[in-house]
Ligand binder design. Structure first.
Ligand code: DC
Length: 210
């Protein structure tokens, strides 16, 4: 069984995808980490994320980087968003994601284009969203908790810029698949968002052709 979870930054899609993976005992892939690893590698090599040549060369990143805490930063998130707009970078990462999705037994993947491009045949698809103000508040609290001093307004501006870049790029833009169900987490606790997500997946599974 393949479950696709898409949505914008800080919508809660990662938390929901991890909870679904636990619930259904499936392996999980956070596909944003792959783009973050490319962004980090470009920065480490002194390259420019906007250069397709630099970004494509960075797709040979070392897998150990996927556990590096530096990937969580806002700077790397923005670099990831920039490198992910290059069609050649998306093409270089697609096979790895599709192999993960199509492994025996299935998987849960979260990202921006799982339901539309990586696994259009997924058994269940969620599109997770929340207002930009709520997402900025969550991200700001997270950054402050980990010792950051960035302002809420700056976080909100970053989130809006990232939404715009991710949803207006020509290659696999962030967009709800026609057959994905919408889950708005703006006013839900983490626990109720997870419970709703499980109900929505169950609802899609019973409608599957036998
Ligand atoms: O989910 P995230 O914030 O870790 O993703 C970082 C960036 O990577 C995001 O701004 C756009 C890009 N991304 C993508 O283009 N496609 C995906 N499937 C996942 C992430």
């Amino acid at each position: 069984m393949i479950i696709a979870v898409d949505g914008p930054a800080a919508s809660g899609k990662g938390t929901i995808a991890r909870a679904l993976a636990r619930h259904y005992k499936l392996p999980h892939l956070d596909t944003g980490l792959l783009y973050r690893a490319v962004g980090q590698t470009v920065l480490d090599r002194g390259g420019d994320p906007a250069s397709e040549t630099d970004a494509l060369a960075a797709c040979d990143f070392d897998d150990a980087l996927l556990d590096d805490l530096r990937l969580k930063s806002g700077t790397v998130g923005n670099a990831a968003s920039v490198v992910s707009a290059h069609p050649a970078v998306r093409a270089a990462l697609i096979e790895r994601q599709q192999r993960f999705a199509n492994q025996p037994g299935g998987a849960v993947l979260d990202g921006r284009d799982i339901g539309t491009v990586i696994a259009p045949h997924a058994d269940a698809k969620l599109f997770v969203r929340a207002t930009s103000a709520v997402r900025a508040r969550r991200r700001h609290e997270e950054l402050v908790r980990s010792g950051g001093t960035i302002s809420y307004d700056r976080v909100l501006a970053d989130i809006k810029a990232r939404d715009l870049r991710d949803s207006t790029r020509s290659a696999a833009p962030l967009k709800q698949a026609d057959d994905a169900v919408l889950l708005d987490t703006s006013f839900l606790s983490i626990e109720s968002a997870i419970n709703h997500a499980i109900e929505l997946v169950e609802g899609q599974l019973v409608k599957r052709p036998a």
